[in-house]
Design a protein around this ligand. Sequence first.
Ligand SMILES: Nc1ncnc2c1ncn2[C@@H]1O[C@H](COP(=O)(O)OP(=O)(O)OP(=O)(O)O)[C@@H](O)[C@H]1O
Length: 280
Amino acid sequence: MTSETLLTVKNLAVSFTTSKGPINAVRGVSFDLGRERLGIVGESGSGKSQTGRAILGLTASNGTITADEMQFRDVDLRNLSPRQWRKVRGARISMIMQDPKYSLNPVMTIGDQIIEAYREHHKVGTKEATHRAIEMLEAVKIRDPQRVFKSYPHEVSGGMGQRVMIAMMLIPDPELLIADEPTSALDVTVQLQVMAILDDLVRERGMALIFISHDLHLVSSFCDRVLVMYQGHVVEEIRASELDLAKHPYTRGLLNCLPKMDGNHDDLPVLQRQASWAEG
Ligand SMILES: Nc1ncnc2c1ncn2[C@@H]1O[C@H](COP(=O)(O)OP(=O)(O)OP(=O)(O)O)[C@@H](O)[C@H]1O
């Protein structure tokens, strides 16, 4: 980790009340984050998204968050008022979700949405905001930014839509970006293009990134460090460059699930649900 710590999370737990009883989605997650790229991997339901959402105060209303510490720079993220959240969310911490279809407003042009995202946190006129929005569309390598600026979301492809989302989330210049499966709705070639753009922008701007994915291979190629989650716990924390040294059987299982040259891959192993490290 770099010397400057942006975010400290200690003993984070997220549980939901449901008609079938409580669901403990996140159980005692702790980590520090500097200006670096941190991956969170694990199978579906392991608590990755709920960890990211808790940091942004986006837990559903049937959920309860507890943490010994959740400190983002000068801000204690526990118990912020809606007004205080507005100063953090979008402006200082942004989140890119899986599918732009659900994040972009279908009845507003792309340009207007980017301008709105910018002006929410910067008091500038339309001309300046338009200029910044076009610049941002160029930064996400959209070839014809003027045309895309005037388009509606349904008029652009999935990959283009996700670049627009990146432009929208980065235009306020947040210090931390949480990307939750940002490319999983895209096909593989477009996925890599979008990840490369995201990676460049995060580096150029010196931002911290939390990249959430079930794909250990993708995560380790774009991140410095990886947290492996299983049943709400972090079962292993490892530098991406040292993944081969991973000790935990679940991480080893995820590694063995990488596609092989012959096109085959092992099935995701199912661990003993009562394994001692997954209790709690
Ligand atoms: N509002 C909710 N009410 C009840 N349970 C919920 C709610 N939101 C999430 N959960 C549960 O919390 C657990 C963790 O969910 P989470 O979305 O963090 O998993 P994930 O690791 O991100 O998986 P995926 O890759 O499928 O998104 C799951 O069992 C999920 O069903």
